[in-house]
Design a protein around this ligand. Structure first.
Ligand SMILES: [Fe+2]
Length: 242
């Protein structure tokens, strides 16, 4: 079995990093993964102290997979090489840290994760472009197109999506949580709604961050994450699923 821990925005906080290290230590396996639903934040100011923390993560025996949020330094992480991460295109910023591109699907064991990062910064008016705010935070039309096409192509091959990972929530999730990040974000909220509707009963859960709440949403199988952790043990062999 492959341990996978999923959490919400970590915002580059050192305390979260220590907590994550401790949490991952409990798994004595060859492969283990931490999935972050955006605003990872250990590459935000792109300064010496952040790179020391990234170096510290690089010493760990687990792999970090980031579905980028709005508070990420797009100028910086997009300069790293794009590699294949278990079937998905990803920027590799350290040997064990990967930022997944929008609309990509990766597979861990027998399970598939559809990823759609991005989000709108409601406080962008008080932020400085390319210093504390990046216009790449919201998907482009081409990225929506790629995501929809990739999802369709994957499923046309007879494969199914088990989990959805995003930074922001679909519209129904926002409504349930009585949250609203502004009309500027609606195209992405609506797209995530479309993904859920397209997959129907196929997916097990949709995890997202961004809203800074921890809550399990029963309908449409959603979970909003911030400090909470979802821990999954994924079968690494089809025969174990039977
Ligand atoms: Fe955040």
């Amino acid at each position: 079995m492959i341990p996978v821990v999923i959490t919400g925005d970590t915002h580059g906080e050192y305390g979260r990093l220590l907590e994550i290290h401790r949490r991952m230590e409990q798994y004595d396996t060859k492969e283990k993964y931490l999935l972050v639903c955006g605003d990872f934040g250990y590459l935000f100011k792109n300064d010496f102290s952040e790179h020391r923390l990234l170096d510290e993560i690089e010493q760990q025996d687990y792999t970090v997979v980031v579905v980028p949020g709005n508070h990420e330094n797009y100028n910086e992480f997009m300069q790293y090489d794009i590699v294949d991460f278990h079937g998905a295109k990803a920027y590799q910023v350290r040997k064990n840290i990967f930022y997944i591109l929008r609309g990509e699907i990766f597979e861990l064991g027998t399970k598939a994760f559809f990823c759609m990062g991005g989000g709108y910064s409601i406080d962008c008016y008080m932020r400085q472009k390319d210093v504390s705010w990046w216009e790449e935070e919201m998907p482009t039309d081409a990225e929506y197109r790629h995501a929809a096409d990739n999802l369709e192509a994957y499923r046309t091959e007879g494969k199914k999506i088990d989990y959805i990972l995003s930074h922001t929530a679909p519209l129904s999730g926002l409504r349930y949580l009585k949250k609203d990040h502004g009309a500027e974000e609606y195209p992405l909220n609506n797209f995530l709604e479309y993904v859920q509707e397209t997959l129907g009963e196929e997916y097990t859960c949709h995890y997202f961050g961004h809203l800074h709440v921890d809550e399990v949403i029963p309908f449409h199988r959603m979970r909003a994450l911030w400090f909470d952790y979802e821990e999954l043990m994924l079968p690494d062999d089809k025969t174990l699923e039977k």
